[in-house]
Design a protein around this ligand. Structure first.
Ligand code: ADP
Ligand code: MG
Length: 340
């Protein structure tokens, strides 16, 4: 178990992390979801030991690791841009760490070869060892980067936006494979990403990093259906978050959230009386095949979206620029207490 307690890190006036409490359990695929600039890479660098926190503690199995040299921590790091050695073959890239690492370096060629081969098989690159890394695809380079990390048998693997550089098809396939590889190894993966879909698909658990803290860490299902903070809800496209005072029909204070499939649209003044209402102007629609999204702007400028499914169309014909009542039953409402 990896534990971060009250971790803070600033760069000059920029507060990157502001008291992070975070637990990555053993044998778990943990996703960390955060916007660009939210401190994801900083968090990984602190865990790996490339930097030290200003405050707080980092432990693995109750043993402090902050302050330890990176090579003594047994932590694997897959960098955002893979960072392979371009002049080395696939196998030599993978073997590099075993041969030259500062701690527990190997010099027995047979052992190095065997372990390299094992790692290549694990990531599905059996038979590619002799290739140059410039002669393989982006997805294969990603696997080399992963193999190079796994060959050293780290206690935990940190992956910094590992799928960002891949095209959509490949990304979906790598998602499945990363999960399968992790399961075979039984080692925890901490995968940071700015993509909600990626975080929810990959993670056994998903943590949301916002305002320098972990605002919620839960199973994907719980996070998605029951965001506990406005910040968590804001990281999920399906939730409209807005100020409660925009609602007619009930006095609601503070920031609230309603899922985009639980809101309906009617002409002004025609919403069911027992529903809460938000007046908004229809901006435009986006047709995605099986679903269609309609975008509205509320009086205070907040953007709201409603989804319609092909099989159960609910929305009336909408005219751009026209004002409507968006409405929903009170049980669709999520209110946040002591929100961030
Ligand atoms: P993310 O990986 O989520 O995009 P980062 O951890 O890279 O975010 O950055 C978090 C914040 O810290 C950003 O505002 C970034 O500009 C700042 N930051 C990160 N590293 C440095 C650094 N070495 N020097 C100055 N500012 C930095
Ligand atoms: Mg980053």
């Amino acid at each position: 178990m990896l534990t971060l307690s009250r971790i803070s890190r600033s760069y000059g006036d920029t507060v990157a992390l502001d008291g992070v409490d975070f637990v990555v359990p053993d044998d778990t695929y943990m996703s960390l979801l955060g916007a660009s600039g939210s401190g994801k890479t900083t968090l990984l660098r602190l865990i790996a030991g490339f930097e030290e926190p200003d405050h707080g503690e980092i432990s693995i199995h109750q043993t402090r690791i902050d302050g330890q040299a990176p090579h003594l921590r047994d932590i694997g790091f897959v960098f955002q841009n893979f960072a392979l050695f371009p002049h080395l073959s696939v196998a030599d890239n993978v073997a590099f760490g075993l041969r030259y690492r500062a701690n527990k370096a190997l010099n027995n060629d047979t052992e190095i070869k065997d372990r390299t081969q094992e790692a290549l098989v694990l990531v599905g690159l059996d038979g590619f060892g002799h290739r140059g890394v410039s002669a393989i695809s982006g997805g294969q380079r990603q696997r080399v980067a992963l193999a190079r990390t796994l060959v050293c048998e780290p206690r935990i693997v940190l992956l910094d936006e590992p799928l960002g550089a891949l095209d959509a098809n490949l990304r979906a396939r790598m998602c499945d494979e990363l999960r399968a590889i992790r399961q075979r190894l039984g080692v925890s993966f901490l995968h940071v990403t700015g993509s909600e879909t990626e975080a929810l698909t990959m993670g056994d658990e998903v943590a949301v990093l916002a305002n320098g803290r972990i605002t919620q860490s839960d199973t994907p299902d719980t996070l998605f259906s029951q965001p506990r903070t406005a910040e968590a809800a804001r990281h999920m496209n399906a939730w409209n978050t807005f100020d409660g005072t925009l609602c007619d029909g009930m006095s609601v204070k503070g920031e609230i959230a309603v899922r985009f499939d639980q809101m309906d649209v009617s002409a002004q003044g025609r919403a069911p009386k027992d529903h809460l209402r938000v007046h908004a102007q229809y901006l435009t629609g986006e047709f995605n095949g099986p679903t269609a999204l309609s975008f509205f702007r509320a009086a205070d400028g907040t953007l709201l979206q409603i989804i319609d499914h092909l099989s159960q169309p609910r929305l009336p014909d909408l005219i751009e620029g026209q004002h409507y009542d968006l409405h929903f039953p009170s049980n669709a409402l999520r209110q946040f207490h002591g929100a961030v």
